[in-house]
Design a protein around this ligand. Structure first.
Ligand code: N7H
Length: 456
């Protein structure tokens, strides 16, 4: 199995985080020496022991400290250790500077911006930050803004003039009762793939299955990308970062505006677009009302799969993980995102219009970006015909796009098929509520890969 002390903690099991800063940096030449980066490598060597590994993150997630410093061990993953945790990732241009070549994963090699093809439907003008010149990113997560900021300062001092800050992005858990929910109000990060050798087999699932480690980690069993050229990268993982703006007021207004026409409550319509109710309760198990006792459930697979009376074929969670719709639902991603931006303000409520930027700092890890993230976004969410085999079924029409993250393209109708409150199969025209603001592909090296990178 993948050794827990050889992988960074945000990949698995995920860092405990109420607040998180992404510090994007550029690696600088050694003084007066073109294309020499020995100073940076030396600092990296000193930084490696400060990284929170999977082993340490596991402990941190299960502990909580009270204000007297007393530590209580907790069951499950509810613990937030009041400390900050750091991880580091590199873009391809950072690895080139450091002389680490050989990774063949094509999307990573090109970078997210260059990867903008007609098919991906991103717009170059969406990219609000200079991601195209980013060499790497420090990811610092912790229980408060102050603790995280102090940790960032420490890292910046350690790396000194071997890096230049490019820009930062900050995320934070929503306050009070909304903690664990994203800005549309839905509980997020309930369903994650479980990995052979790291996780226990899932219980309470229709078809309990563990994912082979190669789907998440480089050069492991079940690997899904060509990795022969970079033996140094074993146990690393590819990280996708995307800043996704959410127009919450417009989403709510849309659901309110359509509820009568579709003969269901605004909440029920929203739940059908996600595939879960706001609590997390799957629509497939409870189509008519939010049942909080089912909030954590993964015990559903959309069967009978040619029927979408309960959960639409294109509901966000059905598009992104088709479960019973596909024999091998295998584009697993470990999602580690966090909301950014402030709570909806009074001036926005009054105007029913989004006036302040808020959304999700989307992060996911996988063994191949092409086979996981990009496959989900391009071939599943953006394709009207996915999930396959539904055309000739009861509704006799194409499922449509993912209502949450499907990207509208030229000459492509942005709508979805849905069974309304009168049990009629009808089309629901969609608007764009999630806007890509840019991002980048990174490699989150294993500890052994970091040692290899830091070698002079
Ligand atoms: Fe999605 N949301 O927070 O409202 N997502 N997501 N996602 N998503 C899921 O089942 C959301 C995005 C996946 O295993 C839930 O854990 C929002 C991208 C996958 O059944 C909710 C945005 C991609 C799953 C959201 C966003 C994915 C999933 C239900 C953008 C990949 C698991 C909670 C702003 C390309 C499916 C849960 C499964 C679930 C939200 C983006 C993928 C509530 C708002 C870009 C694989």
């Amino acid at each position: 199995p993948v050794p827990k002390d050889n992988i960074q903690g945000d990949v698995w099991p995920g860092l405990p985080k109420k607040y998180e800063t992404f510090y994007f940096f550029d690696i600088r030449n050694d003084k007066g020496q073109e294309k020499k980066y020995e100073v940076f490598k030396g600092r990296l060597k000193d930084f490696i022991p400060k990284i929170t590994t999977a082993q340490q993150a596991l402990v941190a997630r299960n502990k909580i400290k009270d204000h007297n410093g007393k530590v209580t061990e907790l069951e499950g993953d509810q613990g937030h250790l009041p400390e900050a945790h750091s991880n580091i990732s590199f873009a391809q241009r950072g690895l080139i500077k450091l002389g680490k070549l050989g990774i063949k994963e094509i999307s990573f090699v090109q970078g997210m911006y260059t990867d903008l093809t007609a098919e991906s439907r991103d717009e170059p003008s969406d990219y609000k930050q200079p991601y195209t010149s980013t060499d790497g990113v420090f990811l610092v997560a912790g229980s408060s803004k102050e603790i995280v900021e102090a940790k960032v300062k420490e890292i910046v001092a350690l790396f000194g003039d071997s890096i230049t800050k490019q820009f930062i992005e900050c995320g934070q858990a929503r306050p009070g009762e909304y903690e664990g929910k994203e800005h549309f109000g839905f509980r997020d990060l309930i369903s994650q793939p479980l990995i052979e050798g790291l996780d226990n087999p899932p219980t309470g699932e229709k078809e309990p299955k563990l994912v082979l480690p190669g789907k998440i980690f480089v050069d492991r069993e079940g690997r899904s990308a060509p990795q022969d050229g970079a033996p140094w990268a074993k146990d690393s993982s590819f990280m996708v970062f995307r800043k996704l703006r959410q127009n919450v007021l417009e989403f709510d207004k849309f659901c309110e505006g359509k509820k009568d026409e579709y003969h269901m409550s605004a909440d029920a319509l929203a739940a059908r677009m996600f595939g879960r109710w706001k609590s997390g309760c799957p629509v497939d198990l409870s189509p008519d009302k939010d049942d909080k006792s089912l909030a954590d459930s993964n015990n559903f697979d959309y069967r009978p799969i040619n029927n979408q009376e309960k959960c639409p074929f294109t509901a966000h969670i059905r598009k992104t993980r088709p479960r019973g719709d596909k024999k091998d639902d295998g584009s697993p991603i470990l999602r580690r995102g966090i909301p950014y931006g402030e709570e909806v303000k009074d001036d926005e409520r009054l105007k029913q219009e989004t006036l302040h930027n808020r959304g999700l700092l989307f992060v996911c890890y996988q063994g191949s970006i092409v086979n996981s993230f990009l496959n989900i976004q391009k071939r599943w969410c953006n394709m009207r015909t996915f999930p396959p085999g539904k055309y000739s079924a009861t509704n006799n029409e194409e499922p449509g796009l993912d209502p949450i993250i499907g990207q509208r393209g030229p000459n492509i109708v942005f709508d979805m098929s849905i069974v309304d409150g009168n049990k009629q199969t009808v089309r629901l025209p969609l608007e764009t509520w999630v806007l890509n603001q840019g991002g980048e592909y990174f490699l989150t090296p294993s500890i052994s890969a970091l040692r290899s990178i830091s070698e002079v």
